[in-house]
Design a protein around this ligand. Structure first.
Ligand code: HEC
Ligand code: HEC
Ligand code: HEC
Ligand code: HEC
Ligand code: HEC
Ligand code: HEC
Length: 415
């Protein structure tokens, strides 16, 4: 070899910057892959669990209107706002929303405050795709439920292809990295001082070679990036799950079903949770409240016998607590259910469909704050707010939100 290696350090630097760029590109690609591939497929899943019981992707009315062409009827911002909180939109006087409400009275769509903007975009992408007339005539003929299953293959195949392309790309990039590494190693040998002044390749000890490898800046760069990647991922995953018990649904001492009582028999929530509109705590009903009905109903059932036993032995039923904020936070039910007019379901999910009680919201500080930023204060027919509203209107075009009345102040939620 008779090339001049005077600029070898430059090459080293160059290979390092190439590696850095490759890694950045990979991360960006992976990121966009995740958000793209989820689109319609993820939307389909959400749609079938949350929306399908009331909506078809065709023109057909189920409980709510058919959603075919919804992306043309309404813009995305409106849809996101609507799906997160239809009640708020109706009560804010939005003309489209009030007209829709008038048409479908007395049914009101429930709110989905826990859906992210992306979730909703995914659902809308699915509706768009599923209501497209292509892919076999059965989509239109199938009506409510079958209509959404037909285009499944269509939404899944592109993401499969994308995975293959991505993996191929990854392999190619790793190969490029390998070649670069080999190149660097060969070059460093070539520029090593003449034999004699230093030990030759053959006489070098294993330790010295190891040193040469760890001294390789390209390799160090790769290891560093891998390390950073793993640490960042672990940290984020960890942070998001600390103390969050969303989905917690413990077995209760008596097989009490909200689906049966609040759903099928439509007993009001506050028949049992007597303080929920008046006090800080919603309260769990005592056995006596059960006895109002079960003194007569289903006396022979072993589950009901457990209620009798509790009363006879004068020991309260030991319900397992599901929702539990740490003591450092203050939460008041009446403030939300009565003053704020927030529906139970907004925070607790579709209780009337739960066989076993489950925690649906994360109950984190971020969750509280997020809602306070978005939710408008229910000022209608509440003279208490008249002055505040007038004052607020002078300074801002935005509606009065909970954040504007101090809902973000630390001391409101922390003693
Ligand atoms: C319990 C039944 C129910 C569920 C579940 C439900 N909706 Fe609705 N939806 C309705 C009703 C009823 C209306 C009509 C407006 C009203 O009366 O509230 C509506 C209206 C709509 C509209 C406006 C339609 C139009 O023609 O302008 C959209 C969009 C919508 N819903 C999307 C969704 C999405 C997305 C989901 C699932 C995340 C969902 N809905 C879940 C009942 C429901
Ligand atoms: C017939 C009485 C009754 C009715 C009606 C009722 N509940 Fe309950 N609720 C209970 C009992 C008993 C428990 C405790 C056992 C359990 O968790 O399932 C409970 C538990 C709960 C919990 C969890 C409490 C915890 O430990 O964190 C929530 C939330 C709740 N109910 C909400 C509601 C809502 C919302 C409604 C109305 C849609 C409702 N309940 C209607 C009796 C009732
Ligand atoms: C307002 C009336 C009412 C109240 C109050 C009430 N229940 Fe019920 N409960 C019913 C009815 C109605 C049924 C269904 C009976 C049937 O299936 O024939 C039922 C069924 C049940 C069952 C299922 C029994 C079985 O074996 O099928 C359990 C368990 C139960 N209730 C527990 C409770 C508990 C615990 C409370 C108090 C927290 C309570 N109920 C309060 C009306 C009530
Ligand atoms: C703004 C959100 C929000 C709304 C609206 C809401 N809850 Fe709750 N609920 C919570 C939180 C947060 C807790 C946990 C409180 C704690 O641990 O101090 C809770 C706890 C409960 C409990 C457990 C017992 C207690 O009081 O801590 C019951 C029962 C309950 N809620 C029922 C209801 C019912 C019924 C409604 C509707 C009338 C309702 N909630 C509306 C957020 C809400
Ligand atoms: C679904 C929306 C929603 C969620 C979730 C929510 N809040 Fe609220 N919150 C409201 C509304 C609406 C009001 C305004 C009530 C009123 O008009 O005073 C409010 C008011 C309050 C206030 C009184 C603020 C003031 O300045 O008077 C406190 C304190 C509060 N919330 C605490 C909490 C805590 C703690 C959590 C979480 C555990 C929480 N909230 C979750 C909607 C929410
Ligand atoms: C709307 C209610 C609300 C407001 C406003 C609020 N917090 Fe919180 N905060 C909570 C709730 C609920 C928790 C407990 C849930 C959790 O740990 O995520 C909490 C937890 C915390 C924690 C403990 C976190 C942990 O991991 O245990 C700290 C520290 C904290 N808040 C500080 C603040 C500070 C500082 C402010 C003002 C800038 C503030 N909070 C404003 C509701 C609120």
């Amino acid at each position: 070899m008779h090339t001049d290696f005077g600029d070898f350090s430059l090459l080293k630097m160059y290979s390092r910057s190439v590696i850095n760029r490759v890694v950045i590109v990979l991360i960006v690609l992976l990121g966009s892959y995740r958000s793209q591939a989820q689109d319609a497929a993820k939307g389909k899943e959400l749609f079938s669990t949350l929306c399908q019981q009331c909506h078809a992707v065709t023109d057909e009315k189920v409980i709510g209107p058919g959603l075919k062409g919804i992306n043309q009827r309404r813009d995305e911002a409106w849809l996101i706002k609507w799906i997160k909180n239809p009640q708020a939109m109706i009560s804010s006087g939005d003309p489209y929303a009030t007209a829709l409400y008038a048409k479908f009275q007395p049914v009101v769509m429930q709110s989905f405050p826990d859906l992210s903007d992306d979730d909703i975009k995914n659902i809308l992408a699915h509706v768009e795709e599923a209501s497209a007339p292509a892919k076999g005539g059965d989509a239109a003929a199938g009506g409510t439920n079958t209509a959404t299953t037909a285009p499944a293959a269509a939404s899944e195949s592109p993401s499969g292809l994308f995975t293959v392309v991505l993996v191929a790309l990854l392999v190619v990039m790793l190969l490029v990295l390998g070649v670069l590494l080999v190149l660097v190693t060969i070059l460093s040998k070539a520029v090593a001082p003449a034999p004699g002044t230093e030990p030759t390749e053959q006489t070098k000890s294993f330790y010295q070679r190891l040193k040469a490898v760890t001294g390789n800046s390209a390799l160090r760069s790769i290891v560093l990036w891998l390390f950073v990647f793993v640490v960042v991922k672990q940290t984020f995953d960890g942070l998001y799950s600390v103390g969050v018990s969303q989905g917690y649904a413990p077995k209760q001492p008596i097989a009490f079903s909200h689906k049966l009582h609040a759903g099928q028999y439509q007993i009001n929530c506050n028949y049992c949770h007597t303080a929920v509109y008046k006090g800080k705590l919603a309260t769990i009903p005592s056995a006596n409240i059960c006895m109002n009905c079960h003194g007569e109903i289903k006396r022979e059932s072993p589950e009901i016998q457990k209620i009798y036993k509790a009363i006879e032995t004068d020991t309260p039923i030991e319900w397992v607590r599901v929702h539990n904020l740490p003591d450092l936070a203050y939460f008041n039910h009446a403030q939300h259910t009565n003053v704020g007019q927030v529906q139970c379901q907004t925070c607790h999910g579709e209780v009337e469909k739960m066989e076993v009680m489950e925690q649906r919201s994360s109950l984190t500080m971020g969750w509280c704050i997020d809602c306070h930023r978005k939710t408008e204060v229910a000022t209608k027919d509440n003279a208490y707010y008249d002055k505040l509203v007038a004052l607020h209107k002078k300074g801002s075009k935005e509606p009065l939100r909970v954040a504007n009345i101090g809902g973000l102040e630390c001391s409101k939620c922390h003693y």
